[in-house]
Design a protein around this ligand. Structure first.
Ligand code: HAM
Length: 465
């Protein structure tokens, strides 16, 4: 039986997008584009350049950077091995072994080289690790420092889907790498994201900041030790997740949203009381720098963030209309990360905005366009008018107007109804009379008023409207 015949016998089957993923459709995509365009504009004014990164990276990059005990790496990554790489390894082995190879021996060597070379790959759950990898890979430490980069695109985490939480979601992020760790940099990065939200007229924006101290020095380690001891004394009052975290990552207990744990957490030692002199001075200066920029903030000693690379400044921004998943941006300083990934000692700070949540919040506050709309719907009648309509559509589109040109002739009433349904602003009426007179009728659909215009007058009218 031919392949074609076998295909025909297959029953039709409907498919749906995979759990936690979704299609973004017009007119919503108009808002997505507007948001991204605004990011290009605002970030550009702060001197950031766009970096476009791969969606797949080595699994180990995230295990090292984000931390193998974090939820993201231990539970949520979509990871796989690269089968092509396995096959390449086998072929290379066979070629190297040459003719007359002892097969027993060959199998053994292949087995060991596969184990050594097989690549574990993950769909990226975040992009800070990738930006640092790229900074090192392209020797960006040779460029004038700091290097300021921003990115946007899909990220993947196997989380339980709900409103504002998806398995494929989108981030717009920015990172500053190299140069100094001056608190003015922390403040300027935060000022940039607040300016972006302001430009989009995002409602109910609340910025929370904290300092989680220095990772290598005594302040953070000393605090975590104290926190651990305090947690052990209340261990039996905590839920299973927090109990586990006392061992794996005590700071994350502070993140708990469990109602029953809130009273206990309020009594725990606070990091602000345990910062070393340098970290305390850095935090105070970062706050002062925010004030100089007119950025309003709230201090939140429980803001620790769920990724291992952070130190000193951490921040999160929430917005209106998002329910429990209300963090629309998270970020912080990560001075040791580039070094951990094999690069030179490098300062780093950045943030990522959850674009899905940003869009949701904008929609909830009525900032979404109802329809994609058209500027002009061309209602043409007759063959001669069709030729003129095609030319008019070309000229109007060249001048930047969006034009709907129906492919077949319609009755006048139907054409106007269609123009209305598509949300067109104007209907350009082209019949035999209009074509021979050289005077075209332009109907404003909102109020029904009509103008008779020559072709150049039409462009002029539309440009001024
Ligand atoms: P993050 O807090 O894991 O940080 O994610 C940043 C933002 O991405 C969150 O505040 C949220 O808006 C959005 N987000 C995260 N997970 C999901 C999801 N499953 N569905 C929808 N939105 C989600 C980072 O990713 C760090 N790389 C940020 C950073 C950059 N820190 C320094 N530089």
């Amino acid at each position: 039986m031919s392949e074609g015949a076998a295909k025909k016998e297959e029953k039709p089957r409907k498919f749906q997008a995979i759990r936690g993923t979704r299609d973004l459709l017009p007119p919503e995509t108009v808002l997505w584009n507007r948001v991204e365009q605004t990011a290009h504009e605002v970030f550009g004014t702060f001197g950031f350049g766009e970096i476009i990164l791969p969606v797949i990276e080595s699994t180990e990059l995230f295990a090292r950077a984000v931390g193998s005990d974090t939820d993201i790496v231990s539970k949520e990554m979509f990871s796989f091995t690269d089968p092509a790489n396995v096959i390449r390894t086998l072929v290379q082995d066979a070629l190297q072994a040459g003719p007359g190879v002892d097969m027993g021996n060959f199998e053994q060597t292949s087995q060991s080289s596969i184990e050594g070379k097989v690549q574990f790959i993950s769909l990226r759950p975040e992009a800070t690790a990738s930006v640092c990898r790229a900074y090192i890979e392209h020797g960006m430490q040779q460029l004038p420092q700091p290097v300021k980069l921003y990115y946007r695109g899909p990220m993947f985490r196997r989380e339980r889907p709900q409103k504002g939480r998806y398995r494929q979601f989108y981030q717009i992020g920015a990172e500053v790498l190299g140069g100094s760790d001056a608190p003015a940099i922390d403040a300027e990065v935060i000022e940039m994201v607040m300016t972006f939200f302001d430009r989009l007229e995002l409602q109910g924006v609340q910025l929370d900041i904290n300092s989680i101290g220095h990772s290598a020095d005594n302040c953070r380690r000393g605090y975590v030790q104290k926190l651990k001891v305090a947690l052990e004394t209340v261990q039996d009052k905590l839920g299973p997740d927090s109990q586990r975290r006392i061992e794996t990552n005590p700071l994350r207990v502070l993140d708990s949203k469990l109602e029953s744990e809130q009273g206990i957490i309020a009594t725990l030692p606070r990091i602000a009381d345990h910062l070393c002199e340098e970290c305390a001075a850095h935090y105070a200066a970062a706050k002062h720098q925010l004030e100089m920029r007119g950025v309003l903030y709230r201090e939140n000693w429980r803001l620790v963030r769920g990724l291992d690379y952070y130190m000193r400044t951490t921040f999160e921004i929430t917005a209106k209309g998002l329910g429990s998943q209300n963090a629309v941006c998270g970020g912080g300083r990560y001075d040791g990360l580039v070094e951990l990934l094999g690069g030179p000692p490098t300062k780093g700070i950045g943030f990522a905005i959850g674009e899905d949540r940003l869009i949701l919040s904008l929609q909830e506050s009525g900032k979404a366009p109802a329809q994609q709309g058209r500027d002009v719907y061309i209602a043409w009648m007759g063959e001669r008018a069709h030729a003129t309509a095609i030319r008019a559509a070309k000229d109007l589109r060249k001048a930047g107007f969006s034009v709907e040109l129906p492919p077949v002739e319609q009755k006048f009433g139907k054409a106007l109804g269609q123009a209305d349904k598509l949300g067109a602003k104007y209907a350009l009426i082209l019949g035999d009379n209009e074509v021979s007179e050289g005077l075209w009728t332009l109907k404003t659909l909102a109020d029904g008023s009509q103008e008779k215009l020559t072709e150049p007058q039409l462009l002029d009218f539309l440009r001024k409207s």
